[in-house]
Design a binder for this molecule. Sequence first.
Ligand SMILES: *[C@@H]1O[C@H](CO)[C@@H](O)[C@H](O)[C@H]1NC(C)=O
Ligand SMILES: *[C@@H]1O[C@H](CO)[C@@H](O)[C@H](O)[C@H]1NC(C)=O
Ligand SMILES: *[C@@H]1O[C@H](CO)[C@@H](O)[C@H](O)[C@H]1NC(C)=O
Ligand SMILES: *[C@@H]1O[C@H](CO)[C@@H](O)[C@H](O)[C@H]1NC(C)=O
Ligand SMILES: *[C@@H]1O[C@H](CO)[C@@H](O)[C@H](O)[C@H]1NC(C)=O
Ligand SMILES: *[C@@H]1O[C@H](CO)[C@@H](O)[C@H](O)[C@H]1NC(C)=O
Ligand SMILES: *[C@@H]1O[C@H](CO)[C@@H](O)[C@H](O)[C@H]1NC(C)=O
Ligand SMILES: *[C@@H]1O[C@H](CO)[C@@H](O)[C@H](O)[C@H]1NC(C)=O
Length: 571
Amino acid sequence: MASAFVWQIYLLFLMLSHGVLELEASHIVYRNLQTLQPTSPNQTYRTSYHFQPPKNWMNDPNGPLIYKGIYHLFYQYNPYGADWGNIVWAHSTSEDLVNWIPHEHAIYPSQQSDINGCWSGSTTILPGDKPAILYTGIDPQNQQIQNLAVPKNLSDPYLTEWDKSPNNPLMAPTTINKINASSFRDPTTSWLDPDGRWRVIIGSKRNHRGLAILYRSKDFIHWTKAQHPLHSANGTGMWECPDFYPVSTSRSGLDTSVIGLGIKHVLKVSLDDTKHEYYTIGTYDHIKDIYIPDNGSIDNDSGLRYDYGKFYASKTFYDGLKNRRILWGWINESLPQPEYVKQGWSGVQAIPRHLWLDKSRQQLVQWPIVEIETLRTNRVDWPSTVLKGGSMLEVSGITAAQADIEISFEVPELEKADELDQSWTNPQTLCSQKNASIKGELGPFGLMVLASKELQEYTAVFFRIFKGQDRYVVLMCSDQSRSSLNQKTDKTTYGSFIEVDPIHEPLSLRSLIDHSIVESFGGEGKACITARVYPTMAIGDEAHLYAFNTGMESVQISKLSAWSMKRAQIN
Ligand SMILES: *[C@@H]1O[C@H](CO)[C@@H](O)[C@H](O)[C@H]1NC(C)=O
Ligand SMILES: *[C@@H]1O[C@H](CO)[C@@H](O)[C@H](O)[C@H]1NC(C)=O
Ligand SMILES: *[C@@H]1O[C@H](CO)[C@@H](O)[C@H](O)[C@H]1NC(C)=O
Ligand SMILES: *[C@@H]1O[C@H](CO)[C@@H](O)[C@H](O)[C@H]1NC(C)=O
Ligand SMILES: *[C@@H]1O[C@H](CO)[C@@H](O)[C@H](O)[C@H]1NC(C)=O
Ligand SMILES: *[C@@H]1O[C@H](CO)[C@@H](O)[C@H](O)[C@H]1NC(C)=O
Ligand SMILES: *[C@@H]1O[C@H](CO)[C@@H](O)[C@H](O)[C@H]1NC(C)=O
Ligand SMILES: *[C@@H]1O[C@H](CO)[C@@H](O)[C@H](O)[C@H]1NC(C)=O
């Protein structure tokens, strides 16, 4: 993310000579993070199979790739504390995307072009299987500029050491190109067009217009800014961490330079103003070098999201070994800053997701990588069961705080659905107005996870069905209002409409539960919601898992399988 706001804090941080400065009441900047670091990070909310470093601050996933059969994840990391600052590229590798080993930091301030920070970027595989990283460096004038780093030793599958180009910076703001030096960051993976030139986009803004600034190069060293951005959208503000790639309805992924018949392109941006991401699906015209979102693909903060909960600064890569495109995303804390600093660590990565174009060609579908299923153990299955209105069922026999659950519902009496009011256009607002305890005809029904025995605490992930003008409309919600008795945690309720047809298909829900994370996939991956929660009672063995139906009408549980999840080697 590396927002301008955080940057201003960082400048203040540098300017301070002593003590603690209070900024806007809730933001405290510590001059010396090291002295405030707890001796050992608090383990209460740490994850067992979601990636995180042993301590300190982590944000954006950077430059994911596979090289000689080894998966690499780099990430924005503060070696000195649990708050943002001193940013380097930390580095871990894996053979299965589940178990990880740490390496020395791959990229850290070492030359003029990154002396004040090594911010986000991406990897491109150049011809001859040669990885190259483009990343944002912060120079002595605190300008955001783009740099190149290449592996020191291509025979080393762990790519532990990186050489920075003596030509850095390769792209920089000038008085001629009029790029805003405080809003020019996060280069994408590059793609090669039939004209033999590489393309890359970099996030930026002009006034309120979000920009994907386009550069071209023949040799990956000398880059020329194109006259026009690849795409822009007014009213969206700064675009961080853009991602641009081809997709098709086949679950097989496409390498970033592939163009051709039947292929659509996706442009995803992370909005610094709202901390939401959105993506459009559209067409890449490689002659004009522009991207045009499809008619109907909303091009602003109301657009489609990978995830309607906590998920930001995401990035995909093409996995040539298993022929799929994989998405990484950062799950931020939902605690005030002093609380996570006290905790001694901050930030988790979501489980990598396989992603492809839905058969409607109007949205993406995501599913946790199949490898995560190797952690499943103690499978429990329920026979088909009727869940009467106002009832619940405990899913026992698994470790409820560290679990994977798949459940499907069939709704026999759809015609009883409540009418959808025309004014209910914002699903998140609708989910908070009609939360987990508001009784409807059809719904809420779903799961209560990380629940305490007496339900003082629980996170409810659920569906509601409404009768729209000419079809049934399904709402998916994740309600955090009762997740924690700690009043300081963010209790925002998340929600999305979900394009499923309850007449012809069961309503499915899968949740990956990991102590303080609830990552939910509705409709076989058509809508995803990740919640960050901090139960005070439903911790470890005290956590329970329930299926519930608070609606008037019965629903049928047509499938219910749950597993305990084994601990992964997360770093
Ligand atoms: C760790 O955090 C939990 C939850 O906030 C808290 O109850 C506990 O006291 C903390 N442990 C230590 C050793 O600070
Ligand atoms: C490069 O990496 C290979 C494989 O790890 C190693 O055997 C070799 O010694 C390395 N070369 C240098 C110059 O470090
Ligand atoms: C450049 O971006 C910074 C950071 O968002 C902003 O404060 C500033 O107003 C921008 N400058 C111009 C000229 O738009
Ligand atoms: C861009 O949006 C702003 C408000 O966000 C508006 O004031 C301005 O007129 C718009 N500009 C264009 C070219 O549409
Ligand atoms: C997009 O939709 C508009 C209005 O509905 C229509 O005028 C236009 O022809 C459509 N464009 C394409 C390429 O379908
Ligand atoms: C986003 O775009 C849609 C469709 O063009 C428009 O109806 C809506 O008002 C826009 N929302 C925002 C927040 O700009
Ligand atoms: C992360 O969470 C903090 C509060 O815990 C909030 O201030 C910040 O805006 C969040 N950032 C993103 C990208 O979600
Ligand atoms: C639902 O809304 C009511 C009224 O605003 C609130 O008291 C309650 O805590 C919310 N959450 C749940 C899960 O009931």
